[in-house]
Design a protein around this ligand. Sequence first.
Ligand code: HEC
Length: 169
Amino acid sequence: MKKIFCAALTAIMVLAVTAVPSFAAEYTPYWSKWTKTISLDMFPDCGVNVLGAGGDDILQETVDTYCGVKPGGYIGYVNPKVMDIYKKKGKKYPDGKLSVLVFKKIGATFTTDIVNGQPVYDVVAIADGKSIASKDKGHPLNPETCATCHLTSQKGVCAKHGFVCGNRM
Ligand code: HEC
């Protein structure tokens, strides 16, 4: 009798464990209800000059950095809790999740969080929110590359806006 009970219990446990992935598939990105800000329908190909089309130097640098990744268009979102600061082009954001840039075609999202007043960059999968950032030095998807541009490029134009770039113009 005891053995049968154990076998039944094991069977239930196995079922429970195998059932978990179907729950995981229903991941809802934390930015799904955030406020839409910037967007670009089609990411320019390598060699395209965006300055003539109203782009600035930092956008040109961004195109040159990511054209090889062929990321497709993007949509930016900002956490509604800090939307007022974003609209006023504020210099400082509170700790927490700040903004994302969603690249649907490659299933990736660029994320900016503020931790202890400093920006933390990452690349996560849209499907499950797990980090898919690169650890290779100089790689376009390495958080160090994000930080270099958002902190220092074009005389720190983004750093002056609390490390976000989309409201710089
Ligand atoms: C060469 C410069 C450059 C690099 C490298 C770069 N960004 Fe950006 N980022 C920009 C610019 C410029 C914008 C605004 C684009 C626009 O105006 O359409 C932006 C926008 C964003 C946004 C939207 C919110 C906002 O307005 O700031 C996020 C989030 C973001 N970047 C995160 C990242 C992450 C994460 C990486 C690295 C994986 C990265 N960025 C790499 C220049 C860069």
